[in-house]
Design a protein around this ligand. Structure first.
Ligand code: BTN
Length: 243
């Protein structure tokens, strides 16, 4: 274990899932902030019961930190914004947007994923995967995933990891000291589709409306015929080019 910023860092060779490693750690420790990274991940999990394919050379990292229950809706914005800002610092010309609730798009394709899972006690596990060298090529998917390498951007996983920790630490301090407002502001400046018509796919239905805002808990506010509707979970699709 080594210290890195606010974190005790554990680097593994092979894991099933870095989130599982962090969850196991949450049962052993009582305090402190930890982060687990791995060279290879063979059984990664994604949101909404999906799996996450892990190519060697991609970045797999899971942060373990105490977070109040009422702040869980906000932290995903701190996380995705920090990834956005890290990549922007490393590649100033990159064409990149955020996508609600927690994706980063490069040239309109998803390059990363974030999965939050509740650990022991107050601990939250924040798993982040970034496709640096490869992404699964799935047929018939509306929004295919891509990798930075596919888009012509080359970076090794530990360089991005260390930059991410630096920026995430800064944004966590900003969040702690000034609350959610400055994070939300920066996130909204860089999100795709704000003020535009979108389609939201929830588990049960598809809803059409204008993407107006996110509230203080990160809930999407969708303007529909009868007023603003709160969207707590789902996948969004942009109407213009289905991107
Ligand atoms: C998504 O579906 O978009 C979220 C994907 C999250 C993948 C990361 S990779 C590191 C961590 N370990 C996991 O098993 N999942 C997360």
């Amino acid at each position: 274990m080594q210290s890195l910023g606010l974190w005790q860092w554990i680097e593994k060779e092979d894991v099933g899932s870095t989130n599982d490693e962090a969850l196991a750690l949450s049962r052993e420790v009582k305090s402190g902030n930890y982060v687990v990274t791995a060279k290879r991940q063979n059984n990664g999990r994604g949101r909404r019961g999906r799996s996450w394919v892990g190519y060697e050379g991609n970045l797999f990292m899971s942060f373990l930190q105490p977070v109040e229950l009422s702040k869980i809706g906000q932290i995903v914005f701190v996380v995705s914004l920090s990834l956005f800002e890290s990549l922007q610092e490393l590649f100033p010309k990159i064409d990149m947007k955020l996508k609600w609730p927690n994706d980063v798009l490069v040239e309109n394709n998803k390059i990363s994923g974030i999965l939050l899972e509740k650990g022991e006690g107050d601990y939250l596990v924040i798993g982040i995967g970034v496709n640096l060298v490869g992404a699964p090529k799935l047929e018939g998917v509306l929004y295919p995933a891509t990798s930075l390498q596919d888009k012509g951007y080359h970076i090794d996983r530990l360089t991005l990891f260390k930059k991410y920790v630096e920026i995430y630490d800064k944004n966590c301090r900003l969040w702690q000291e000034q609350g959610f407002a400055p994070i939300r502001e920066k996130w909204l400046q860089n999100v795709k589709g704000l003020g535009e018509e979108i389609e939201v796919h929830t588990d049960k239905e598809t809803k059409l409306g204008i993407f107006r805002d996110v509230d203080e808990n990160g809930v999407l506010l969708l303007e529909r015929k009868n007023g603003l509707e709160k969207i707590y979970a789902g996948d969004i699709f942009y109407i213009d080019k289905k991107k």
